[in-house]
Design a protein. Structure first.
Length: 168
């Protein structure tokens, strides 16, 4: 691999994505916006990729998914990783999952899911085919979308906000 495009899902200031509930009844004032959070994670991933692998990474975040895919393609990305946080109406929902569209994406999704499970010690929601996601279909490179945890789950959100989680 030479270039990895890290797509931070949604767009700060335009589309916050999922937003964690504020729970003052339990003294929880953490308020996580998916777009801000995954942008920080994508920047950390890029830095780690470049420092540890000595290869190029780029970070893309935009509300225009056509632009996101085109920026990845224009950069000549060899791999495309879209980073997101999951959310669900039941606060007990938890775990990590990785979505793919193509066969090459399926291989990458399997590798990424196993790495996430090893590093994060989370419930395995598996890898899943998704033929309806533009960012998985619109890039030239093998593409995956990673849901790194549920910001609607108080325990996962608290864990995700630790610096050690973002680095791992």
């Amino acid at each position: 691999m030479k270039i990895v495009a890290f797509n931070a899902g949604h767009d700060v200031g335009v589309d916050p994505g999922a937003v964690s509930p504020i729970r003052p009844e339990i003294g929880d004032y953490i308020y996580t916006e998916e777009a801000k959070y995954v942008l920080a994670v994508a920047k950390d991933c890029k830095e780690l990729w470049e420092n540890q692998m000595g290869q190029k990474g780029i970070v893309i975040q935009d509300d225009d998914l056509g632009f996101v895919c085109q920026a990845s393609n224009d950069a000549g990305a060899d791999v495309f990783v879209s980073i997101h946080c999951n959310s669900f109406g039941q606060p007990s929902a938890n775990g990590v999952e990785t979505l793919y569209f193509s066969e090459s994406g399926k291989e990458l999704a399997s590798i990424m899911q196993n790495e996430l499970l090893y590093r994060c010690q989370r419930y395995n929601r598996g890898i899943k085919y998704r033929g309806d996601l533009w960012v998985l279909k619109g890039t030239d490179a093998p593409a995956i979308l990673v849901e790194i945890g549920f910001i609607s789950n108080p325990a996962e959100e608290a864990e995700m906000n630790k610096e050690s989680f973002k680095r791992d």
